[in-house]
Design a binder for this molecule. Structure first.
Ligand SMILES: C[S@@+](CC[C@H](N)C(=O)[O-])C[C@H]1O[C@@H](n2cnc3c(N)ncnc32)[C@H](O)[C@@H]1O
Length: 207
């Protein structure tokens, strides 16, 4: 299993996305500190070269990173091992990947636009039911804006409607949500992007 675009990017020397964790990863770790029960197990869907998974490992999480790019997975494994961080990685496709057992956190940054519209509801249902009661989903997804020219370099990507991501979590407690705009350097050409962001908590079983 592989993705030629990301394989080529990750085969280059250095880290395509840099070594710093994403804002979503930092927000999740900050919010999780204030919860009554600290989450421990985490799956990072579309973990790339592992910048967030390695950050979570350093914060004490037991992490599994899943990515379609075998080159990215190998690079993430090697980097984690070189840094002495406890994080596992495997090659998998978020369109079909099934979590074997429920985890405390399902996390995904910069990846969910690869889910075709027709399977999104079913995939979110799986991510949600694979999260323990009281556990967290932290997700973001690109959304189109009339004043931002479309610019994706990914032929499989399809935008979310504004507010769509939040809609999948109508029955969960929303800990954080909003929209961010930023300049992305993916594909080598700086371009503006807008993203919806949600950090949501599954209700406790007896709530
Ligand atoms: C924009 S990058 C983000 C990587 C990582 N989350 C980060 O922020 O550094 C998108 C990632 O999604 C992965 N990806 C794309 N389609 C995928 C799929 N169907 N299943 C799993 N991973 C996928 C790519 O290989 C790539 O690593």
């Amino acid at each position: 299993m592989s993705d030629p675009i990301y394989d080529e990017r990750y085969a280059r020397p250095g880290l395509y996305w840099g070594s710093k964790p994403t804002g979503l990863a930092r927000d999740l770790v900050r919010i999780a500190r204030s919860l009554p029960r600290r989450p421990r197990t985490l799956v990072d869907l579309g973990s790339g070269e592992g910048r967030d998974a390695i950050y979570f490992g350093r914060q004490g999480y037991r992490v599994l990173g899943v990515d379609i790019s075998s080159v990215g997975v190998r690079k993430a494994e090697q980097r984690a091992s070189r840094l002495g961080v406890n994080a596992r990685f495997l090659v998998g496709d978020i369109r079909t990947y099934r979590l074997r057992a429920p985890v405390d956190v399902v996390f995904s940054s910069g990846v969910l636009n690869n889910l075709p519209r027709r399977i999104r509801a079913a995939r979110f249902e799986h991510f949600k039911t694979s999260t323990v009661p009281g556990g967290i989903n932290a997700m973001n997804a690109d959304v189109p804006k009339p004043y931002i020219p479309p610019s994706t370099t990914n032929p499989h990507a399809s935008p979310f409607r504004s507010g769509e991501l939040l809609g999948y979590y109508g029955d969960w407690q929303i800990l954080d949500s909003g929209q961010v705009e930023f300049v992305s350097h993916s594909g080598g050409v700086p371009h503006r992007k807008a993203m919806d962001v949600v950090i949501a908590r599954r209700p406790e079983a007896n709530a």
